[in-house]
Each structure stands twice: as structure tokens, then as C-alpha cells.
Design a protein around this ligand. Structure first.
Ligand SMILES: [Zn+2]
Length: 144
């Protein structure tokens, strides 16, 4: 199922960890609608701007999968409101999202000042536009 021109549902539900643990990571209709809104408002505009492949490393996670990967119980991944991704120019992607999309949370996850390991971005019905950074060995996020 296509969510937007450049994104399919499969990219947001596929999980190696789920396969290994035999978890059926199936979103319901409301999760799918949230994923579609995330794509329409955030990920598709990013793809249009970047013109390079964007690899979704984690999208929707049902309760079981979220627990298995150590996600926060209230994680927006559980409702299809968040995804993690990598691409060829992460800094450029982060700047685009920061200044041109109506996100809820945008997080520079680990890595260096030049490149995060991955980017987490969420979209919900109360978009707070929080820009955060996560450092190794720290449980709390810092304002970016
Ligand atoms: Zn995430």
C-alpha cells in the first residue's frame, strides 16, 4: 500500500527484529492514517527536497515490538506518528525538516556534530516543533 508518491506502508512496518522474534507488527487503521499524515506533511516534502533515497530504519512499532527494542512505552512509534531514518546527507535533511515542515519532535540521535546516527521525526495533532539532541550515555534529551 502506497502512503505517498515515494513511501509505502511496508517501509514503515518492516522490521528484522520483528521477524526474528516472530512478532506480527501490524498497524490498525488509525496507525496507518497517522503514518500517512507523517508522510504527507513531513517525509514526502523531505524526499521531494533531497532527491536521494531515504531509508526508514524504524516506523510503526506495535506494543510487543516497541518493548522488544527498548522503546519508551509512550513512544510515538507505537501509533505510527514517528519514524527514524537515514539518508546520504543527514545534516541537510535535518535542516530542511527543522525549517520547512510542521513536525512535533525532531531529534538528532547520537553521532557527531556533523552527522547523527539517525534522525527521529514525528507528526501528531499537536505539533510542538521540539528540536532535541540525544547523547550516548544520557537518558534525557537536550534542546538542540
Ligand atoms: Zn525514533
Amino acid at each position: 500500500m502506497k502512503l505517498t508518491d515515494n513511501f509505502s506502508l511496508w517501509e514503515f512496518t518492516n522490521s528484522t527484529r520483528a521477524q526474528i522474534l516472530q512478532i506480527k507488527n501490524e498497524p490498525d487503521a488509525s496507525d496507518i492514517e497517522n503514518l500517512r499524515r507523517l508522510c504527507l506533511n513531513v517525509m514526502q516534502p523531505l524526499s521531494n527536497y533531497m532527491h536521494t533515497p531515504i531509508r526508514i530504519t524504524s516506523g510503526f512499532r506495535n506494543y510487543e515490538l516497541n518493548a522488544a527494542v527498548g522503546g519508551a512505552p509512550s513512544s510515538q512509534h507505537r501509533y505510527g506518528q514517528a519514524c527514524d531514518f537515514t539518508c546520504s546527507d543527514m545534516k541537510r535533511a535535518f535542516e530542511f525538516l527543522r525549517y520547512h515542515t510542521p513536525f512535533d519532535q525532531l531529534i538528532w540521535e547520537y553521532g557527531t556534530d556533523e552527522q547523527p546516527e539517525w534522525i527521529h521525526v514525528s507528526y501528531s495533532n499537536r505539533n510542538r516543533r521540539q528540536v532535541l539532541r540525544k547523547y550516548k550515555g544520557e537518558s534525557k534529551y537536550r534542546p538542540f
